[in-house]
Unconditional design. Structure first.
Lengths: 71, 413, 438
């Protein structure tokens, strides 16, 4: 699955890091490092992170879309 | 109805069950000056703007009912609780940067992702046990049976408070929480009780911290009480006690509302309850929408350090500001059909945990507790029905939630 | 609205993807074609110069999420080579043509190559595309010698940070007095310089690379304008970007290496000065009059602009009778040397700068840039929490400095920002701006 975070919006609240610690990590004071291509098995956790973001900076590709719409 | 008395209506206990129509009236004037000089901010855009404004200070509580005399010593004496809590032992919610950041840094260094996420199993076991105690009954009193004991046990566990002291803590926390309400300082007796409670809890914490220093355990208090190193200076004892008390009260008084308001809302929307029961993966959306629709904390107070122009108004320097989060959460300019409970809405950007630098430290824990509790309640209570709607409410207008929530059930699954 | 050909998006980039999504979200049901010169689905560039170089992410992990079904015809791996506005067709590198009713130009920009002596040598890299980043990453993974970074802009500094994290010796050469001088000025750039030096970067400001020299076709030495010679194992040319407008040369549109000129509604302007009602542009390639900066023509090479302008152009494309002007407060972020850098607004042309939150000594601060007494930009080094408040003030052109009496605010002192003199701006296509390093 594919994920992108709008890092202009991100304020380093770290809620995604609690929701999906294997895929989001806060470094230093406010640098967010995240996995843009987590395995599909992590979807529930990634969507939890998406929902928990106080500034709605996380975009997650809906399941099956990439395959269905493949180039 | 003139707008300058609307906030008094918000505080009126008779409006506790449904303050939202008053919020709608307040939103017509996004920044509404009240007769006592406080400015109530109620639209989503204006609240958001102020949350990031460094001219908004947390280093003060809402004004007392008594107008300031101009003599600081006299004001201090007139308003002892405020000064006792806010000035002598100010925890980080009443501090500005850079002090706030230092204190928050200490807390965050112990409120680690691993420590919080490790609580999943403990929370699930507690929830199961608490629901199990309702077996054989046809009524659940949700606050007493689950919403209250769960966060108490969790925060005590996290801090490292011995289990046998929990009931004592519960009593203290309840009394301290009421002191945070704007109208709590009117009653002389309540005021004295709060001071006594604070002294008692501070004495207890001092002793507990001493013990944690002697015998450190894997808990937050042991971590916070750790002696300083070159890279990490030690936390001062006064700050340490203030922080411990804050975590205790915050851990008690907010999650209880999130769980109780959550179950109340689901019982009022049986289709959503059924959906959550059938698909627990919906829980994160349900929780975020709850935080928008029925947040545990309805407002917080700040003070202006300069004139601030916002939403076409100017709040003068030194004015108390009330950020009415729960009104911003229902702003039709920000959310379509704001008064509809809809976990599927695309974009739930709420103030349920506040925002900006004071964003709730405990948010991840609150989410875990609420999710596990609500999913378990939906799955295990057979045929739940509200006994009274609206339920009776606790007096608090800011930390707003039902006193209790009677639910008739056909059994436990 | 459409005929048979439908809408064609040239540039399978962030802007192209977001534009296509916005068209579908906006109710467009007709044919949709996405043309891309690279063989890849749209991918995200910011991680390339950070986590991909550092080896934390594979280059192909950066594919962007697609948020709605596009039902698009993808023409990947075939660059657009020409535009015939009369016939309403786009010519592709494979010799075929794609007809359009409406066109969204989102071809972005490409890295400027090392233009000087030694251009053909092995071991000289640029970072812009995914394949470039993958190749550089592979080279860094086996590199042993010193890495020379030519250019102290955002990409050069991020690359320097990655190379130091990998333990490689790094020299960074920039003609200005500090890194990021063009973006931030030397006053702020000086704090980054100190941080870079503390991280072990051999910083060579105020000079230029004269030539790269090789052995057996591999770069091995750099000669600097100040006479110094540096033994190098690998060179990263971080010399900025040129807009990808070559394919528009014969189109009759106003396009050059500085971008494709648009009107306020993102419609491409022809050489006779009229907007072409069927051609829109978005992202790095688009140069438009930004009402937030007095209608000055700007092209904004940042992620947030690609996202917003693409959606805006798509909206105007679907509402030809109600075109809305595109007002955008530029913003970017960068992470390097453990520091989060964020900026809103356009700082160039600033005559003053002031630290308004935190302090340079603490390593966390927010600076505001002023011009003629107005606030025009704000920059955060690890102090992003206040940025929204300052962004609001900048959007309305508040007096400089904008917020007084704030918490954690030092005594506000106004300084000279220290911007280098502007480079000549290219106006005719094909003419390169004065090369900074050749």
């Amino acid at each position: 699955m594919r994920v992108v975070v709008d890092l202009n919006r991100c304020q380093g609240y770290a809620q995604c890091c609690y929701a999906a610690p294997a895929h989001f990590e806060l470094r230093g004071h406010e640098i967010l490092f995240y996995d843009p291509a987590p395995p599909e098995t992590a979807r529930a956790r990634i969507e939890r992170a998406e929902q928990a973001c106080p500034v709605r900076a996380i975009s997650v590709e809906p399941a099956g879309l990439a395959e269905e719409d493949a180039p | 109805m003139p707008e300058d008395t609307l906030f008094a209506e918000v505080l009126d206990p008779r409006n506790r069950a449904d303050p939202y129509p008053i919020y709608a009236r307040l939103r017509r004037t996004p920044v509404a000056r009240q007769r006592d000089g406080a400015y109530v901010v109620s639209t989503h855009a204006a609240i958001r703007s102020l949350l990031f404004d460094p001219r908004l200070s947390s280093e003060d509580l809402p004004p007392s009912r008594r107008p300031p005399t101009g003599n600081p010593l006299k004001d201090w004496l007139l308003n002892p609780i405020k000064n006792r809590i806010a000035n002598a032992h100010r925890p980080l919610i009443f501090r500005d940067p850079p002090d706030h950041d230092t204190l928050r840094g200490f807390v965050m260094s112990e409120f680690t992702i691993a420590r919080v996420n490790d609580l999943h199993g403990r929370v699930a076991a507690l929830v199961d046990g608490l629901i199990e105690t309702c077996r054989g009954r046809d009524t659940v009193c949700l606050v007493d049976d689950l919403s209250y004991p769960l966060p108490v046990a969790v925060i005590c566990d996290l801090l490292g408070v011995p289990e046998q002291d929990e009931p004592q803590f519960h009593a203290w926390a309840t009394r301290l929480a009421t002191a945070l309400e704007p109208d709590a300082r009117r009653d002389e007796e309540a005021r004295r009780a709060t001071v006594e409670t604070f002294d008692a809890i501070a004495d207890y914490m001092r002793a507990l911290i001493r013990q944690k220093r002697r015998q450190p355990a894997d808990d937050m208090l042991s971590g916070l009480a750790r002696r300083g190193t070159r890279d990490r200076p030690a936390m001062g004892d006064v700050d340490l006690i203030a922080t411990a008390v804050l975590l205790l009260v915050a851990g008690h008084e907010t999650t209880v509302n999130l769980i109780t308001n959550g179950m109340l809302t689901l019982l009022r929307h049986p289709d959503e309850l059924a959906r959550l029961k059938a698909d627990p993966e919906r829980a994160p959306r349900v929780i975020e929408e709850l935080l928008r629709y029925e947040p545990p904390v309805h407002f917080r107070s700040r003070k202006t350090l300069g004139d601030i122009a916002v939403a076409g108004a100017t709040i003068p320097k030194g004015a108390p500001v009330i950020l009415l989060f729960a009104a911003g959460n229902r702003d039709p300019e920000r959310f379509s059909e704001p008064d509809r409970f809809d976990p599927d809405r695309a974009d739930i950007q709420h103030f349920g945990f506040g925002g900006g630098l004071h964003y709730c430290v405990g948010a991840p824990l609150a989410r875990i507790e609420a999710e596990i509790a609500l999913v378990a309640l939906c799955r295990r209570l057979r045929d739940p029905k509200l006994l009274a709607d609206p339920p009776p409410y606790r007096p608090g207008a800011s930390l707003r939630g039902p006193e209790n929530l009677g639910i008739r059930i056909a059994g436990i699954l | 609205m459409s005929g048979q050909a439908g809408i064609v998006v040239v540039g399978a980039s962030l802007a192209g993807l977001r534009g296509a999504e916005a068209l579908r979200l906006g109710g467009y049901e007709g044919p949709l074609t996405l043309v891309g010169d690279e063989p890849h689905r749209p991918y995200d560039r910011p991680p390339l110069s950070k986590h991909v170089l550092a080896g934390e992410l594979a280059a192909d992990a950066t594919a962007l999420p697609q948020r709605v079904p596009l039902r698009a015809c993808w023409r990947l791996g075939s660059a657009a080579t020409g535009l015939d506005r009369r016939a309403k067709t786009v010519r592709l590198a494979d010799g075929s043509s794609v007809a359009y009713d409406k066109l969204l130009v989102a071809t972005g920009a490409r890295a400027r190559k090392w233009p000087g002596e030694g251009a053909g040598l092995g071991g000289v890299f640029t970072i812009r595309g995914r394949d470039e980043a993958a190749a550089l990453r592979a080279a860094l993974a086996r590199a042993s010698g010193r890495v020379l970074i030519v250019g102290g802009g955002l990409i050069g500094c991020e690359a320097a940070s990655c190379c130091r994290a990998l333990g490689l010796p790094v020299t960074l050469v920039d003609p200005n007095a500090t890194p990021l001088a063009r973006a931030l000025g030397t006053f702020v750039g000086g704090t980054l310089a100190a941080r870079m030096r503390a991280a072990g970067v051999d910083l060579r400001p105020g000079t230029q690379v004269r030539a790269l020299e090789g052995e057996d076709g591999q770069v091995c030495r750099a000669r600097l304008a100040d006479g110094a010679t540096i033994a190098v194992g690998l060179v990263i040319a971080a010399l900025g970007a040129v807009r990808d407008t070559d394919w528009l040369a014969m189109s009759g549109l106003k396009a050059d290496i500085g971008g494709l000129t648009c009107d306020g509604a993102c419609r491409a302007i022809t050489r006779t000065g009229e907007p072409d009602p069927d051609i829109f542009a978005a992202g790095d390639v688009a140069r438009w009059p930004n009402p937030l900066y007095g209608g000055r023509l700007v092209a904004v090479e940042h992620w947030g602009n690609a996202v917003e302008q693409a959606a805006h152009a798509a909206r105007n494309m679907l509402n030809p009778d109600d075109p809305l002007p595109y007002a955008h407060l530029p913003a970017f972020w960068s992470s390097q040397f453990g520091l989060n850098i964020k900026m809103v607004g356009l700082a160039d042309g600033a005559d003053s700068v002031a630290i308004v939150q935190g302090s340079r000594a603490a390593g966390r601060f927010l600076a505001v840039y002023g011009r003629d007494g107005r606030s025009i930009a704000a920059l955060s080094f690890d102090e992003a929490r206040w940025l929204p408040a300052y962004a609001e003030r900048i959007a309305v052109g508040a007096a400089f400095p904008p917020i007084r009496g704030a918490t954690d605010q030092p005594a506000v002192e106004t300084r000279a920002p220290g911007f280098p003199p502007p480079r000549p701006i290219p106006t005719d296509r094909g003419r390169m701006p004065e090369a900074a390093h050749a």
